[in-house]
Design a binder for this molecule. Structure first.
Ligand code: BV8
Length: 250
């Protein structure tokens, strides 16, 4: 695929930036072999639409099915490794004075890659909480029962992720909104820009006068509004951007 060169103006702005915010979606994990949220599911899950499974109603209707979907996703992620796109964002965090990584992803790959300032808007696949108490559960006794039960109250355990129709963690969302509203440079990477309130963040950055950059092989509803649109894979574009901005030209 012919790589269009990265605009020199963008490289210059990145080099000079002090406050950068990045929003990532499932696309940044695609090159790690983790299926994106909206691409067709395979195998046992082919007949289910993720948006129908990732809801409290789905869990109440069939807790075993939903718990097993997340167990399957955990296994997929455990077999995956962070990719060059995740690693490029670790380097960007090291180079920028005030860097905030906001992710919609629940796969934990940014942390495994070595990123630190991470805001997990939609929770994390590998954490569980009690469905009745809505409080985290770190561990529970082995049991044949699926889903397992809360050791405190006996309620059903559920994944500690934000389902459709559920509020995002308030402090995390506030921090993300602040980062978007104060960034000089905002990147939207590997997201279809369909899910709210996360999809509002690039607009908050634009409204505050930031330079907004989208990295995605496909156009999205955000594309017509951004300052720079880099059409390609994050695992290729991000390392090239880092090299152009900070690696000494030989
Ligand atoms: C809420 C966790 C308040 C679970 C997820 C307006 C305001 C507020 C709410 C709404 C609103 N309008 C509608 C709503 C409701 C809803 C919503 O946004 N619905 C959408 C579908 C219209 N929002 C909510 O319910 C949110 N809650 O607002 O609470 C409230 C309460 C009650 C009533 C009303 C409001 C909660 C949303 C969170 C849902 N949980 N995940 C789980 O993962 O199981 S969202 C889920 O979608 C994932 O987190 C995922 O990350 C996220 C977004 O998807 P993407 O990451 O963008 O992934 P996708 O597959 O779509 O796209 C991948 C992209 O990557 C593609 O563009 C592709 O081209 C690109 N790509 C592919 N390969 C690469 C690549 N890019 C770069 N490189 C590559 N190699």
């Amino acid at each position: 695929m012919s790589e269009r060169p990265i605009p020199p103006e963008l490289i210059d702005r990145l080099r000079r930036a002090h406050r950068v915010a990045v929003l990532t979606g499932a696309g940044i994990s695609a090159e790690s072999g983790v299926p994106t949220f909206r691409e067709a599911q395979t195998g046992l899950w082919a007949r289910y639409n993720p948006e129908e499974l990732a809801t409290p109603d789905a869990f109440q209707r069939n807790p075993k099915l939903v718990w097993e979907w997340y167990t399957w996703r955990q296994q997929r992620v455990r077999q995956a490794e962070p990719n060059a796109g995740h690693r490029a964002l670790v380097e960007m965090e090291q180079r920028i004075a005030e860097f905030t990584l906001i992710t919609q992803n629940v796969d934990g790959l940014h942390r495994r890659a070595g990123s630190h300032q991470i805001l997990e808007l939609h929770g994390n696949l590998f954490r569980a909480k009690c469905f009745s108490e809505d409080r985290p559960v770190e561990s529970w006794p082995d049991s044949e029962e699926i889903p397992p039960r809360c050791p405190r109250c006996g309620g059903l355990l559920r994944p500690d992720v934000v389902w459709f129709g559920e509020m995002l963690p308030a402090a995390t969302l506030r921090a993300a909104e602040h980062a978007a509203a104060t960034a000089e440079l905002f990147f939207s990477i590997g997201t279809s820009a369909l899910v709210y309130p996360a999809a509002d963040l690039p607009f908050a950055a634009l409204n505050a006068g930031a330079t907004v950059v989208e990295i995605n092989p496909q156009p999205t509803p955000l594309s017509p509004h951004v300052t720079f649109s880099l059409n390609g894979a994050a695992g290729q574009i991000l390392p090239a951007l880092i090299a152009a901005a900070w690696e000494p030209t030989t």
